[in-house]
Design a protein. Structure first.
Length: 81
């Protein structure tokens, strides 16, 4: 009786130990995958934003006659002669 109780306890202990270790490693892998995919999306969104703002700068600051960008963009529209 004592021997079977020990073996049952040992078996349950090993079972729970393996379950705990396996779940933690799987959770860590899932978290890493989610973080990496979030970083990729943030990088792409940042790149889109930078591209859009750059195009808007050159579009809004372009000289009306030549279409070329000025050296300095004055938001008030007054340029020194």
């Amino acid at each position: 009786m004592k021997n079977s109780l020990r073996s049952t306890f040992l078996l349950l202990f090993c079972f729970f130990f393996l379950i705990c270790c396996t779940d933690k490693s799987l959770r860590d892998k899932d978290q890493d995958n989610q973080e990496n995919s979030a970083l990729v999306l943030e990088d792409e969104a940042l790149l889109d934003l930078v591209q859009q703002q750059t195009i808007n700068y050159f579009w809004e600051a372009a000289e009306t006659n030549s279409g070329m960008a000025r050296e300095r963009f004055h938001t008030d529209g007054e340029y020194p002669c």
